[in-house]
Write a protein that binds this ligand. Structure first.
Ligand code: SF4
Length: 346
């Protein structure tokens, strides 16, 4: 199969051609399953100050919370009953949530649900990563956020891209299957940086990569910036699938937040194969406000998006011919097509 090249990345290839290629590659390389990974956001405390994130420590207006062990276990069991295949424990970088407590919760989830466990708890010491791996955690999500070292430094006070990449490698050395990710539409980003993001993802040899549009949060230094584009994010997902065929790629909650009706459906049709429904207890859900307008993706939402893609989740021979974007997403309003046709121009 001829893979569309990355050297002319975002302009000359129609989204339709790119999406169809990505969908075929997705079918041939990782199959038609959509993995459901249930997220529990158990603490919104964070010691970091990332400019784009509402959980940043300088956001004094955010009401903070931490679930106790009992609360995390209750949410994990609810997710297991609902039918997810993985429990994802996510938090800000919260040192008050002790590493041995995390290890005990990981062990309990493995023992009491039998499900895979993914952690997304930020940068920690090698010893901590090894402890959590020994406790049974299977995967770890640590986004590289931006492959441009200057942009990374500007957005992460006190942090550097090299340290982030080092942490990803330490996780792999500890035996984790690692997922990375990056943001589309960051202020100061251009298409060349996005191509660097794809190339870095490939070089890191990770198992998963999440791509979401930048969405400003009103209590952060980037409050007044323009949100990233759904169309461009979909294009990047399709490029990722085309360039790294076996990658697991989520249809992100950020896409669902900018496009509640179509975002995840369109991502699944552009090469994505994972959805991450949210099981954070309702009374805390709105406080995990990384960006404004963050929606909750429920199991029903996930199934609805999957159902809409069923005609494409057949063998290539069985699929209906798709010659235009309008055939692929027949119900999408014109505004989405205008955005996609522009290549997601912001
Ligand atoms: S992006 Fe992550 S590390 Fe940065 S402030 Fe938000 S929760 Fe903390």
């Amino acid at each position: 199969m001829k893979i569309l090249q990355l050297n002319k990345p975002l302009a000359p290839i129609s989204f339709d051609a790119l999406r169809l290629q990505a969908d075929r590659i997705r079918h041939a390389s990782v199959g038609d399953a959509v993995y459901l990974r249930g997220v529990i956001e158990f603490s919104n405390f964070c010691r970091c100050n990332c400019l784009y994130c509402g959980l940043r420590k300088d956001n004094a207006l955010l009401q903070r919370y931490r679930l106790n062990e009992q609360g995390v276990m209750a949410a994990a069991k609810e997710a297991a009953r609902a039918g997810v295949d993985t429990i994802v424990l996510q938090s800000g970088e919260d040192p008050a949530y002790r590493k041995r407590l995390v290890a005990r919760i990981v062990s309990r989830i493995k023992d009491e649900t039998g499900l895979a466990v993914t952690l997304s708890l930020g940068v920690r010491s090698t010893a901590t990563y090894q402890l959590w791996r020994r406790a049974g955690a299977d995967r770890y999500l640590l986004k590289h956020e931006s492959a441009d070292a200057g942009l990374y430094a500007a957005l992460h006070p006190g942090g550097g891209l090299d340290d982030r990449i080092d942490a990803i490698k330490r996780l792999q050395d500890a035996g984790f299957a690692v997922g990375t990710g990056f943001i589309v539409g960051l202020p100061g980003q251009n298409d060349a940086v996005l191509m660097q993001d794809i190339m870095l993802t490939q070089a890191l040899q990770v198992e998963m990569c999440g791509v979401g549009p930048f969405i400003p949060q009103h209590n952060t230094p980037l409050a007044g910036e323009q949100a990233g584009s759904v169309g461009k994010t979909l294009k990047i997902i399709a490029y990722l699938r085309s360039h790294i065929p076996r990658l697991n790629i989520p249809a992100t909650t950020a896409l669902a937040s900018l496009s509640p009706e179509y975002g995840q459906e369109m991502a699944l049709k552009a090469g994505a194969n994972v959805i991450m429904p949210n099981f954070t207890p309702e009374k805390h859900r709105a406080k995990y406000r990384i960006y404004d307008g963050k929606v909750r993706v429920s199991m029903a939402d996930a199934y609805a998006a999957i159902d809409k893609t069923r005609p494409l989740r057949k063998s290539a021979e069985e699929r209906p011919a798709c010659n235009s974007a309008l055939h692929i997403f027949p119900n999408a309003p014109a505004a989405y097509w205008a955005d996609v046709a522009k290549g997601g121009a912001q």
